[in-house]
Design a protein. Structure first.
Lengths: 395, 422
């Protein structure tokens, strides 16, 4: 069964919705960069959102922290973009989730009180400080599956609900499994995506420990050899996937066809590396011959970006590359769905983004097929094949 | 005998089971203790419990913790999942080689924990341990990333057992283990793979997690009576008891299992889910989502309610859950509700592992034609009108079992487990 993307909900530093992201695709400058607030780490900041537009109840907003609000907001945008509010009761929901915000002030005050003590003594005093300091609602705002829970509560999406964990790979597997379920006839539509808030020290401590973050100013992702690393970008990215039959029946235009999604994870302790794993994924797709347009999810990290270069060179065909990460930043769980949303926009609107760096050669012709890549900053390789929907096949 | 179900999908067989719970390591030990009505709940000794409202839990004490080493969630979850998978693969006759399918892993969210923060703060001292300072102090400490990233448990297990493709880690709160099994079942049903390794594991009994659940008033505070603290369906129930453990099911298409001469332990005959949009921690009092999840699973299995011999309850022992489950049972089964019992009366609520552990116990109930009891049933609750198999295990004809898992956040998953086909 044919699967279409019938709606996208995108929030990034470039703004929110289709128009802002069409403008971002057409721009020859990157998204806004905040180099100060989390120095020495630059980031692409969140745009101002009018939360009431997608999360009308203040009570719901209060039950969430920024990460869940962003995801719930972007999910609502996608539903509106697809005109799919009438389908929510039986709609599948697959969310790629990170963890919610910690109370950093509490963490810092606990450390100030206890860090100098011997570990056994610190453990004794920790309980009282946490029991007195933790807010009950914060637990729910932290829980990974509660982004999906909030989307169900706020938007009424109550079909199958799954939350995947695993950084970028979770976003790719979410799309893959959502599409596979629809393709075998389990339901007619699925809401799939994730959210990521860049301005979070409680996550930066984790990412920086693995050396994943860039220090310094902005550079496009394939031009960061002098200081490799990702620039986190606030990103909410949801897609409405729908069977073509369902879309046609309700007169909904598709942005692109999802021809295939394939996910792998290289075993770094073995001889086959990341490029070989991506090659295995590629073998499960059916791309047309000839020149190939690629929308890359490269993070700018040294190892995965080198692996992606090796993989692309190994294709032994003309590749016209554009990097979503240079335009949106690194959105971890939201990255792959966001790349698909950008790719769908490119295909449906015939946008040919100008080059931001030498690796991005000029387009010879508007592509009808697009290979979307996702080489995770730490682990995981994912590919998707999107195809333009000819006007005569639209409702 | 056909290898496809009434919907033309490959039938999904279980050829290996592995279990780790507070009752012990291994299927044999767990099942014997469960049928004997043994409680695995005890006072927490792994960390100080002063100033905690709840000081009891079901804990799995790992050999490496005996010397007082503090393990965080990732190594604990990995260790228990590994033990369960080793046992299941040995039973399936698939140990040693690369597993012929993907890993579907149900696990809790993990994060940077207090031992890590204290270590970073020591590196920062005598300067103030602000988050920016902690972050810079983490430079080059990639073990921190590996122990707090969501990918690590799956990656480690995938490497250890040679599963194919990218491992999928799923969380649906208390329904997580059932979701992992469901993902594996679906992958086999749609012909994506011949086999899947489904694991549910949790190992997050630690102070902050206990406090968070306490703040939601979800936990039993019957601290002076650990073995009597988990009282599902009983009048004096006062919340659930946090616990941990792991279960693994080796799932295969029936044809794949038969072709390699594997012993079929049972079938995962159906799965159903329905999410709730009512509230973040409570089900809709009308029970609609829970009822739909149960009906969806029975329908997906190609059965009718009358075909269900026994229900393995979600049965957390919170006042609200048990009342809701009773309501849903009556809605689905009417007057002829089958017996229902809660393993959580003995092992506590193993959270992300519970759906998988309870599916394993359901298969064992079918194997031995025995219903495990709901222990601590002293004073019946007039609001609970079901046969909860009070206190003592019971021999019964068990053909099809419905296993319920209802999660915080409204994610409800039910499985139907059945015996091996003749």
């Amino acid at each position: 069964m044919e699967i279409w993307i019938t709606g996208i909900g995108l929030v990034s530093a470039a703004g929110e919705g289709r128009a802002a992201h069409l403008a971002a695709l057409a721009a020859s400058t990157p998204a806004p960069v905040d180099a100060e607030s989390h120095a020495p780490f630059p980031l692409h900041p969140a745009p101002a959102l009018e939360l009431d537009r997608q999360i009308p109840k203040k009570g719901d907003q209060r039950q969430m922290e920024p990460w869940q609000r962003l995801g719930t907001y972007a999910a609502g945008l996608a539903l509106d973009d697809a005109g799919a509010r009438a389908l929510v009761a039986e709609m599948d929901l697959i969310v790629a989730a990170g963890g919610g915000e910690r109370d950093m002030a509490l963490d810092e005050s606990v450390l100030a009180a206890l860090a100098a003590l011997p570990p056994a003594e610190a453990a004794l005093q920790l309980n009282a400080l946490l029991a007195g300091g933790l807010r009950p609602t914060l637990f729910l705002a932290q829980l990974s599956n509660l982004l999906a829970g909030n989307i169900s509560i706020v938007h009424g999406v109550t079909g199958a609900s799954r939350t995947f964990m695993g950084e970028e790979q979770a976003g790719a597997d979410a799309v893959r499994i959502a599409a596979a379920r629809l393709a075998e006839g389990r339901g007619q539509a699925a809401l799939v995506g994730g959210a990521f808030v860049a301005a979070r020290w409680d996550l930066m401590v984790l990412y920086h420990s693995a050396g994943l973050l860039r220090q310094g100013g902005f550079a496009p992702v394939f031009a960061r050899d002098e200081a490799p690393g990702a620039i986190p970008g606030t990103l909410g990215a949801f897609l409405v996937l729908e069977t073509a039959d369902s879309a046609r029946a309700r007169g909904a235009r598709g942005l692109a066809r999802v021809m295939g999604v394939a996910c792998e994870q290289a075993r770094r302790d073995q001889a086959d590396g990341s490029a070989a794993a991506a090659r295995r994924a590629l073998d499960r797709l059916a791309l047309p011959e000839g020149p190939l347009a690629v929308l890359s999810g490269a993070t700018g990290g040294a190892v995965p970006t080198a692996a992606e270069r090796e993989f692309l060179a190994g294709l032994a065909r003309d590749v016209t590359l554009r990097a979503a990460g240079s335009r949106l930043g690194w959105g971890v769980e939201a990255s792959f769905p966001a790349s698909l949303a950008l790719g769908a926009l490119m295909l449906s609107e015939g946008v040919l983004p100008p080059s931001l760096e030498a690796a991005e050669a000029p387009f010879e012709a508007p592509p009808t097929d697009l290979l979307v890549t996702g080489f995770g900053a730490w682990r995981g390789e994912a590919l998707a094949h999107l195809q333009a929907i000819p006007a005569e096949e639209q409702p | 005998m056909t290898d496809v179900d009434s919907r033309g999908r490959p039938i999904v067989a279980v050829t290996g089971i592995g279990l780790v719970t507070p009752l012990g390591f291994g299927v044999a030990k767990n099942w014997a203790a469960l049928l004997a009505g043994t409680s695995g709940i005890r006072r927490i000794t792994r960390f100080p419990t002063n100033d905690l409202r709840t000081t009891i839990a079901g804990t799995v004490d790992l050999p490496e913790e005996a010397e007082g080493r503090v393990l965080t969630a990732t190594p604990r979850v990995t260790r228990m999942a590994t033990l369960a998978a080793e046992e299941a693969l040995a039973e399936a006759g698939l140990e040693g080689g690369a597993f012929p399918g993907p890993l579907m892993l149900g696990m809790p969210p993990v994060e940077v924990e207090w031992p890590h923060r204290f270590e970073l703060a020591r590196r920062v001292a005598p300067d103030a341990a602000t988050y920016p300072a902690l972050t810079l102090a983490a430079t080059g400490w990639s073990e921190l990333y590996e122990t707090a990233a969501f990918q690590t448990v799956g990656e480690t297990l995938a490497a250890r057992f040679g599963t194919r493709g990218s491992p999928v880690a799923v969380t649906t709160a208390c329904a997580t283990g059932a979701s992992a099994i469901q993902l594996g079942v679906e992958a086999i049903q749609r012909g994506e793979t011949e086999a899947a390794l489904a694991i549910g594991a949790d190992g997050t009994v630690q102070p902050e997690a206990l406090i968070r659940f306490s703040l939601l008033s979800a936990l039993s505070t019957r601290n002076d009576d650990p073995t009597g603290a988990s009282r599902p369906f009983e009048k004096n129930r006062g919340g659930f008891v946090m616990s941990e453990g792991a279960a693994c099911l080796v799932l295969e298409s029936l044809s794949h299992a038969r072709a390699r001469g594997a012993r079929i332990l049972g079938l995962v005959r159906g799965a159903g889910e329905k999410s709730d949009s009512f509230h973040r921690t409570r089900s809709n009092p009308d029970g609609s989502a829970v009822i739909r999840a149960m009906r969806n699973a029975i329908e997906d299995a190609g059965l009718t309610p009358a075909d269900i011999s026994y229900v393995n309850a979600h049965g957390t022992g919170t006042p609200e859950n048990d009342k809701m489950e009773n309501l849903a049972m009556r809605a689905v089964f009417g007057d002829a509700a089958p017996p229902i019992s809660s393993n959580k009366s003995m092992i506590g609520h193993t959270l992300s592992a519970s759906g998988a552990i309870e599916a394993a116990f359901s298969l064992l109930a079918i194997r031995d034609q025995m219903l495990p009891p709901t222990i601590n049933h002293v004073e019946p609750d007039p609001a609970i009108t079901l046969d909860v198999v009070p206190n003592v295990a019971r021999a019964a004809k068990v053909e099809n079992v419905l296993s319920n898992s209802f999660g915080f956040g409204g994610q409800n998953v039910c499985l139907v487990l059945s015996g091996a086909p003749n």
